[in-house]
Design a protein around this ligand. Structure first.
Ligand SMILES: *Cc1c(COP(=O)(O)O)cnc(C)c1O
Length: 406
């Protein structure tokens, strides 16, 4: 007998989620992927074996770069990219506050300063027209993030970087397979970072990679990830201060399997996004995710499916919608929480609410819906209906409150 039968007739408000009906995310690991992992486990090289260079070779091909250096996370890749650019104490790097915290933390590791620029509400990416105005004598780089798999305006960013002699580090952690006029995300900057956590387009469990055309950047990144060892040096010879950012062959095997299916995975995600677009186009209160026009030459890689509530809804309304969705067993999240409003950024740099109004306006109203390769039309329909009910409930409540206030 299902638990439905014993559920109270009148649902009570609760913050505790019901058994999950549609999860927020779900990895797609095939039998062939599993076999690749088992093959590594049957051999003698669990780390620094032959699958690492094979994975890197396939990655550099997908990214359109000469080199790929696999590491244990996207955050590690970003850190090494910042370090390889020679960015250090007191240097400023221009970036977006509407991102995952790691895209700014990577500068703090090197005692550099993230200099935030607000976003373009049409793409949720850094507003390239405001970058010039943030450049000063301490600026050393620009770190654009391809938010939710939508490529940032790289032609404009590269023009500014060239004129001002700035390094460009692309946070492509959400954008493998995206591109502009056929040029892949990750291949525009001096270096790019990818990430392979289980909610990303492809996963290695944990993992990431730095990609670059610069042999010196690749050489340094290989040394840093492996405790500062040199190319041919003995195991206990360390040429520089390094880290243990290695990615095991077990992880690389999973990554290689996933990467070999990349085009199919991206097509699946595009299909799920299109299904949602159709179902949600007429749901009142919903603004669909930013997506490039077909003729723009901008190719997006769907990472998450994030809708925004219309402007008249408040942050509290969004909270109520999230709670209503969770009560129906629909996985969902507020996404992102702006970086400048994270407590330690406020303490260190004095940021306050109001500093980046477009970022805050968007971040107060966004909702990530369940999104993964195998999400079915029936599941998308369940989500769409639940979202419609949740928003309807909030709207009715606001109308009622308005009536009482009068
Ligand atoms: C996932 C992600 C990262 C890195 O994540 P890890 O968990 O360290 O692999 C960095 N930036 C963005 C924008 C991301 O989405």
């Amino acid at each position: 007998m299902s638990s439905e039968a014993v559920a109270p007739a009148t649902p009570v408000a609760t913050t505790r989620p019901r058994a999950e009906v549609v999860p927020l995310s779900s990895p797609d690991v095939s039998d062939a992927d599993r076999q690749r992992v088992l093959d590594v486990l049957s051999g003698r090289h669990l780390s620094l074996g032959p699958v690492l260079p094979a994975f890197e070779q396939a990655l550099s091909q997908a990214a359109g770069t000469r080199f790929a250096v696999a590491v244990n996370s996207g955050t590690s890749a970003l850190h090494l990219a910042v370090k390889a650019a020679g960015i250090g104490d007191g240097d400023e790097v221009i970036t977006t506050p509407f991102s995952f915290v790691a895209s700014a933390n990577c500068m703090l590791y090197e005692r550099a300063i993230p200099r935030f620029v607000d976003i373009d509400i049409r793409t949720y990416n850094i507003d390239a027209t405001q970058i010039e105005g943030a450049v000063n004598g301490s600026t050393r780089g620009i770190l654009p993030v391809h938010v939710f798999g939508y490529p940032a305006d790289m032609p404009a960013i590269l023009r500014i970087a060239e004129a001002r002699r700035l390094s460009v580090i692309e946070d492509s952690c959400e954008a493998i397979g995206a591109g502009i006029h056929g040029r892949p995300a990750g291949s525009f900057g001096n270096s790019g970072a990818f990430a392979f956590y289980p909610n990303k387009q492809i996963t290695t469990g944990e993992g990431g990679a730095l990609v670059t055309d610069d042999p010196e950047v690749a050489r340094l990144a290989r040394s840093w990830r492996n405790q500062g060892r040199g190319d041919g040096s003995a195991w206990l010879q360390h040429e520089r201060l390094g880290y243990n950012y290695r990615l095991s062959d077990i992880n690389c095997a999973l990554g290689l399997g996933q990467l070999s299916r990349l085009s199919g995975i991206l097509a699946d995600r595009q299909r799920v996004a299109s299904t949602y677009n159709n179902l949600l186009a007429r749901v009142p209160g919903v603004i669909l995710p930013p997506q490039p026009a077909a003729e723009s030459g901008v190719q997006m890689s769907w990472f998450v499916y994030v809708i925004r509530l219309e402007d008249e809804f408040s942050r509290e309304d969004r909270g109520a919608v999230l709670e209503a969705l969770r009560a129906e067993g629909i996985g969902c999240n507020n996404y992102f929480a702006p970086i400048h409003l994270q407590s330690f950024y406020g303490e260190q740099f004095g940021y306050r609410r109001g500093d980046f109004p477009i970022t805050e306006h968007v971040a107060d109203r966004t909702i990530a819906l369940p999104f993964f390769n195998q999400l079915t039309e029936a599941q998308a329909d369940t989500v769409a209906r639940a979202l419609g009910r949740a928003i309807g409930g909030v709207s009715r409540k606001s109308v009622a409150v308005g009536a009482i206030a009068q």
